[in-house]
Design a protein around this ligand. Structure first.
Ligand SMILES: Cc1ncc(CO)c(N)n1
Length: 214
């Protein structure tokens, strides 16, 4: 029997393929992403990692058992202790202007994810983060095999292609299969599709700041 998580991936293959072929992703893979676009992206990402800590805190609160709570607390710890320092270091090293305005699409992504975490049930929150992380693991695994010259971009890609991040993406996938039922498919596929659409718009934003800024 096909796992529910794989049915959700199959339901969303079009959106996922669009994201995997996104100009931002292709620009990282072929080394043509302008430095300014990467710097803007990092500022938007830095804000999202803080949002992600809140999302996983909601997931921890709503988790049905202690094993899930323990895992999710570990995720929060890794975000706070490992990912946040990446931003702090890189902003200092590159002199990135962190005071730039946040485009509507980036706000919409943060707000949309936080809304799912606040209002959704455990399966919906896990599905939302599965959509975000499975997609990142997939594109970064592909990108990691390319000769990325920029050391900061390479480190970011390797962080999302590495064993720890893979384990996190696989945990989210298994959590859907362990804790949701086939009748949840349409509802969870819709969450996955919504998140993927928000992701595409988020990654459009750093490429065209002049058309995105309010
Ligand atoms: C926008 C975005 N989506 C997904 C991930 C993966 O966690 C990330 N770091 N940022």
């Amino acid at each position: 029997m096909t796992a529910l998580s794989d049915l959700i991936l199959a339901d969303n293959v079009e959106g996922l393929d669009r994201m995997l072929d996104h100009p931002f992703v292709r620009g990282i893979e072929d080394g043509t992403l302008p430095a300014g676009a990467y710097h803007r992206y990092l500022v938007y990402e830095g804000a999202f990692v803080e949002t992600a800590i809140a999302i996983f805190a909601y997931a921890t609160a709503k988790a049905p058992d202690l094993a899930a709570k323990r895992w999710l607390i570990g995720v929060q710890d890794a975000l706070a202790r490992e990912q946040m320092p990446y931003f702090e270091e890189i902003f200092a090293a590159l002199g990135v202007d962190t005071g730039i305005s946040i485009p509507d699409a980036v706000r919409a992504f943060d707000d949309g994810m936080l809304r799912i975490a606040r209002d959704g049930d455990f399966a919906e929150i896990v599905t939302a983060m599965f959509a975000a992380e499975w997609m990142y693991w997939t594109w970064c695994s592909r990108a990691a095999s390319r000769p990325i010259a920029d050391p900061h971009i390479r480190r970011w890609v390797e962080l999302h292609a590495g064993a720890d991040f893979e384990a996190q993406a696989r945990w989210l996938k298994a959590a859907i299969d362990d804790r949701a039922i086939p009748a949840d498919r349409a509802r969870l596929s819709a969450v996955f599709g919504h998140v993927t659409a928000l992701e595409i718009a988020f990654h459009d934003a750093p490429l065209a700041p002049e058309t995105q800024d309010a």
